[in-house]
Design a protein around this ligand. Structure first.
Ligand code: F0G
Length: 464
């Protein structure tokens, strides 16, 4: 098994390989990102994606039940008996005609992949089960992450549910929403609030993980991204193994888009799909490094040699002008995405695009997603807002089949939601107005009535 699975530098010119049990998650030769790599000739990849369908009838087996591990054959870095799962990945792909109409799509063409149904309420659990499986293989006892909230919530859940490791989480002071902070505290993680933002916390945690030998579960960990590939496998599964035309995903640290690109690349190599969908990454306007680099400065994968000078120059200009990431979608409030190069590769392989959306657009889209039956957090709604833009600029056609990834649950960030729907101008102003949101066009305001039967009946007759 061991030789058939290894880690490999993503840059083909370097191509250095590292053993599967190495936990530095950095190329020893060039410092680049690593992939989990497979010698498929020595493994047993499925002959057809339909092979996975029989798993559901065997769902008393935790490896068949898990929405991640029922695809074990496509992420076979650990033997099945070493897999650590808490039943993640029971998520749904829902057709949403109401949201389609809002985004400018024809009925039956928009599907929402609802990752909020995971045990910790976000897509992170897909990756965390894979990271924990690897952590157990290497005997780790402590795990750390920097987080805008969801990675930390997921880490805290997995630590408390499995008892495998002690969780140490780094968050920017005042930078994560209440729902996520509540999870970290309730599940017993050591929670370190540092004066700074996510980008500061990320730099620190890498330093500390190396110094103290703590297992890092940020998406720089390639094993986490192996688990996140299964989000795409489930989208395909729900579409009867047909490839959609587009996948739209929010961009923060760019782990998801990287793992989706790898998933499709591998499925193509294995001859399991005839074509890959195109990928659209949506940045928040106030945290738009990927948009700037890709769409404005034209930085490309360039066969593994992206223009590093342009990237460094951009980061220097952010520092010089003291620009920090700033968006209500705190999940993606990130200006230095660690997976930038992998994301460039993914867009290269899948013909990708990047767009940015304002907080206003995101919150309006979020209200529409909520009214359509699924609740998501602001960062997730960036996908629907982004799709609307991609329709308007003619990139996506109204009859193309699109999957938007709703990455996190509505209850992760109740503050923004309540403020949007609030009838109290002060609440709106404090939470949203100060951040540039002007209107709540799709607000569902609570109706204030005196505690009198006639008045209450009148209100019901008037509004319902
Ligand atoms: N959506 C949500 C709800 C997230 O929590 C994140 C990232 C993203 C999108 C962006 O995903 O990093 O793969 O591009 N949250 C991280 C965290 C950074 O710490 O929880 P990405």
């Amino acid at each position: 098994m061991n030789d058939a699975v290894f880690q490999r530098c993503i840059h083909p010119q370097c191509g250095a390989t590292v053993a599967v049990d190495d936990v530095s998650f950095r190329c020893p030769k060039c410092g680049g990102l690593l992939d989990v790599a497979y010698d498929w000739n020595r493994l047993k990849p499925p002959r057809s994606l339909q092979d996975f369908q029989s798993k559901w009838s065997r769902r008393t087996d935790p490896l068949c039940f898990s929405g991640v591990w029922r695809f074990h054959d496509l992420l076979p870095f650990a033997p099945p008996e070493r897999v650590l799962t808490i039943g993640e990945g029971q998520t749904i792909l829902q057709r949403s005609d109401a949201v389609a109409a809002f985004a400018g799509m024809e009925p039956g063409r928009l599907f929402l992949q609802y990752e909020g149904l995971n045990p910790s309420g976000s897509f992170k659990d897909n990756g965390m089960t894979a990271a924990f499986t690897h952590a157990r293989l290497v005997g780790a006892r402590r795990a750390a992450c920097a987080s805008t909230g969801n990675t930390s919530a997921s880490l805290a859940v997995y630590c408390s549910a499995t008892g495998l490791m002690r969780a140490i989480i780094f968050i920017g002071s005042g930078k994560i929403s209440y729902g996520k902070l509540a999870q970290a505290l309730d599940h017993g993680a050591l929670t370190i609030q540092i004066a700074g933002d996510f980008d500061d916390a990320m730099a620190r945690v890498r330093e500390i993980a190396t110094k103290l030998g703590i297992y890092l579960v940020n998406s720089i960990n390639p094993f986490r991204l192996e688990g996140q590939k299964t989000i795409m496998f489930r989208v395909l599964e729900a579409l009867g193994w047909e490839t959609p035309d587009w996948i739209v995903v929010p961009g923060g640290n760019l782990g998801n888009v990287s793992s989706f690109g790898k998933a499709f690349q591998e499925l193509l190599e294995l001859g399991l799909i005839p074509r890959a969908p195109r990928l659209a990454v949506i940045n928040a306007f106030g945290a738009n490094t990927f948009f700037q680099l890709y769409e404005r400065f034209g930085v490309r994968w360039n066969d593994g040699s992206p223009d590093q000078q342009k990237v460094e120059g951009y980061y220097r200009s952010l520092d010089l002008e003291n620009i920090r990431a700033a968006t209500l979608a705190s999940a993606i409030e990130i200006n230095r995405p660690v997976n930038l190069n992998k994301a460039l590769r993914a867009l290269d392989k899948c013909g990708g695009v990047v767009r940015e959306v304002t907080d206003q657009e995101m919150l309006d889209a979020k209200a529409k997603v909520g009214a359509g039956g699924l609740g998501c957090e602001p960062a997730s709604a960036a996908t629907v807002a982004g799709l609307k833009r991609l329709r308007l600029d003619g990139t996506i056609q109204k009859d193309e089949r699109v999957g938007c990834i709703l990455t996190g649950h509505q209850l992760k960030d109740p503050t923004a939601t309540v403020a949007y729907h609030s009838s109290d101008p002060k609440t709106f102003q404090e939470v949203l107005g100060q951040r540039g949101v002007r209107r709540a066009s799709f607000a569902n305001r609570a109706v204030q009535v005196p505690n009198e039967l006639d008045e209450i009946i009148k209100a019901i007759e008037l509004f319902a």
